[in-house]
Design a protein around this ligand. Structure first.
Ligand code: TMP
Length: 233
């Protein structure tokens, strides 16, 4: 394992399909990381619904308000930007961050919309320059397994046809279907961003073990010496 003098905390992002158990896995990972070293570990999530921008996002997701597809996309990105300095400061102070959703959800849920289907690059652009995750673990789940788990909730995107479209964009982001992505610069592909796929269609314990294996293999169990990257460089 890395030296205890590792320069900064690790920035670990969990992405995934709705019903994949992302929130459960984020808190299990936080506990595991905290047990492995004396380094502080914090859980953060996007959207952060507690800010003024987050309140607008929350109203949109609950369908209390309607917004233009590009306007809501920019609000999700702005919601990350308003937290960016706090993320950087925490990492620099040595805190490892486990982050429940990030810019990849921003691209996937917007580019899955018919109005933005050909605007992948436009969707990625507002997040350019944000702190880059050291690893992104994608919890993959088929719509069939999601249905077996009791189906989706009642928020705006929790419908099977939306989830199918979102999953297809995530696969493109992750480089699982690279031939389908002529319009995306290489740096935007998950491959370049240390993107790992975990099959979330197993027990909580099995998925947690797979998530941990990825964090450990990425050398992030106790922070990292690597300089913090920027999206999408
Ligand atoms: P949550 O259920 O994790 O709170 O996420 C709320 C919804 O917001 C979820 O359906 C994914 C979506 N989303 C976006 O559309 N764009 C984004 O940038 C983020 C972070 C989430």
């Amino acid at each position: 394992s890395p030296a205890p003098s590792a320069a900064r905390g690790a920035f670990i992002v969990l992405e995934g399909m709705d019903r994949a158990g992302k929130t459960t896995q984020a808190s299990l990972l936080r506990a595991k990381l905290a047990a492995q070293s004396s380094r502080p570990v914090e859980l953060i999530k996007f959207p952060d619904r507690t800010t003024a921008i987050g309140t607008m996002i929350d109203a949109y997701l609950r369908s209390a308000t309607d917004l233009d597809d590009r306007a809501i996309h920019l609000l999700f990105s702005a919601n990350r930007w308003e937290c960016a300095a706090r993320i950087e400061a925490a990492l620099a102070a040595g805190t490892t961050l486990v982050c429940d959703r990030y810019a990849f959800s921003g691209i996937a849920f917007s580019a899955a919309k018919p109005s933005l289907a050909d605007a992948f690059e436009w969707c990625a652009t507002p997040d350019t320059g944000l702190p880059a995750p050291d690893v992104t673990i994608f919890l993959d789940l088929s719509p069939e397994t999601a249905a077996e788990r009791g189906g989706y909730g009642r928020e705006r995107y929790e419908r099977e046809e939306v989830q199918r479209a979102v999953r297809a964009v995530f696969a493109r982001i992750g480089g699982q279907q690279e031939a389908d992505l002529p319009d995306a610069p290489d740096a935007m592909l998950g491959r370049a961003r240390n993107w790992r796929v975990v099959d979330a269609g197993h027990s909580v314990e099995e998925v947690a073990a797979a998530v941990w294996a990825n964090v450990h293999e990425a050398g992030l169990a106790d922070g990292t010496q690597a300089p913090l990257g920027r999206l999408w460089a």
